[in-house]
Design a protein around this ligand. Structure first.
Ligand SMILES: Cc1cc2nc3c(=O)[nH]c(=O)nc-3n(C[C@H](O)[C@H](O)[C@H](O)COP(=O)(O)OP(=O)(O)OC[C@H]3O[C@@H](n4cnc5c(N)ncnc54)[C@H](O)[C@@H]3O)c2cc1C
Length: 350
């Protein structure tokens, strides 16, 4: 058993942000173990990410290609990873902390009869203690720190097993490329899959592939809560998000009320976001919401209540009605966008 294998996810041939975070942690662990870092990309176009992976220390890219792997199917993905484990014998298999990553790795643990440490923020070797390289296998042991209860609790645990299985908590670390690139060997294989592997298959959503920016990847997120007042109120948030090239998110109250789909929900039971800017409109800032947005670099809260918990946690706050404030911000952006760009002074004119 050798090597650290990272199961990456891709959108249109590019690894997702969570996959790059996964590779960053996997690379550190592989180096500590003195082992190679390998990646597994599932589905068509998997080989396209080899260029990016070379900046993340990956030396071998396994591509599992099969005409039915274009759509996500958890059983088929897990069976594909099982075949990787049986063929390449990695000492460690790591997945992302996305819904898919968690689901596939849970299937994998069940199929291999091995424990899975989910949502890890740190991983170190605890056994063997001495003697340099990884002496691994079932005798090896990792010490992991992992998020529990939506990130409100950190647990330290020992991870055992012939092959160590773990997922990386979303946005627990920053994805870091390296200036020196590795040579990536790409091997494309067709996994052996049958009908029962596709018992559950995700049908493409109507808005998939329409250029909509995903919540998890957006650099700007405009989130709305109960204070937005209703589904209609989200039109203004959509407009602001579009102007800023961002995505719209919401609180759980909003999804429970049926104003927005669950796919827009930010938080413990929704999506974890890590934008440069999160504009939280009419959101109180409950702990279950904040665990989903705490990786945001800056938070701007718009709220009528200066004592709302989110105001104390935000970098900036505007105390006022969401409709009025968002409307004013949007019209100011529009005004600035329509102004002609001043021409540079002519250095040669007298
Ligand atoms: C197990 C569990 C999991 C959960 N998971 C999640 C999760 O993933 N995501 C999540 O969001 N929640 C989650 N929740 C729910 C969470 O506890 C809160 O109930 C929820 O986040 C509150 O949503 P809100 O801020 O929209 O509503 P409220 O708490 O009602 O807050 C509304 C805010 O709007 C402000 N406001 C009102 N009118 C205006 C106005 N005109 N202009 C500006 N501001 C205004 C108010 O001052 C208030 O601060 C979970 C709860 C549990 C128990």
């Amino acid at each position: 058993m050798s090597g650290v294998a990272a199961v990456i996810e891709q959108v249109e041939g590019a690894p997702t942000l969570l996959s790059l975070e996964l590779l960053t942690m996997a690379r550190r662990l592989a180096r500590e173990m003195g082992q190679a870092l390998e990646a597994l990309a599932i589905g068509p176009g998997g080989a396209a990410s080899a260029g990016i992976l070379s900046s993340y220390g990956v030396s071998f890219l396994h591509v599992a290609d099969h005409e039915r792997l274009g759509a996500y199917a958890p059983g088929a993905w897990a069976h594909t990873v099982v075949q990787l484990v049986q063929g390449a014998h990695p000492a460690v298999v790591m997945g992302t902390g996305s819904d898919r990553g968690a689901e596939v790795m849970a299937h994998l643990g069940a199929r291999l009869g091995l424990p899975l440490a989910a949502n890890c923020t740190e991983v170190t070797i605890s056994l063997p203690l001495e003697g340099g390289g990884w002496g691994g296998g079932a005798a090896g042991e990792f010490l992991v720190t992992r998020q529990r209860w939506g990130g409100s609790l950190l647990e330290e645990a020992r991870l055992k097993g012939e092959v160590k299985l773990l997922t990386v908590a979303p946005h627990a670390l920053t994805a870091e490329a390296e200036p020196a690139r590795t040579e990536v060997t790409v091997e494309v294989r067709r996994p052996s899959l049958d009908e029962k592997d596709f018992r559950v298959t995700l049908s493409p959503q109507p808005n998939q592939g329409s250029g909509r920016i995903s919540l998890a990847q957006a650099r700007v997120v405009v989130g709305g809560g109960r204070g937005v007042g209703g589904a209609e109120g989200f039109r203004a948030l959509e407009e602001l998000a579009a102007l800023l090239g961002g995505a719209v998110g919401c609180s759980r109250v909003v999804t429970s009320l049926g104003w927005r789909p669950h796919s827009d929900q930010v938080g413990q039971t929704g999506t974890r976001i890590a934008p440069d800017l999160y504009i939280a409109c009419g959101i109180s800032g409950a702990i279950q919401h904040m665990v989903g947005c705490r990786a945001a670099k800056q938070i701007l809260a718009i709220n009528t209540d200066r004592d709302a918990p989110i105001v104390a946690q935000a970098d900036y706050a505007v105390i006022g009605d969401v409709g009025t404030v968002v409307g004013a911000v949007t019209s100011e952006i529009r005004k600035r966008q329509s102004r002609p760009v001043p021409s540079a002074p002519d250095a040669l004119s007298p």
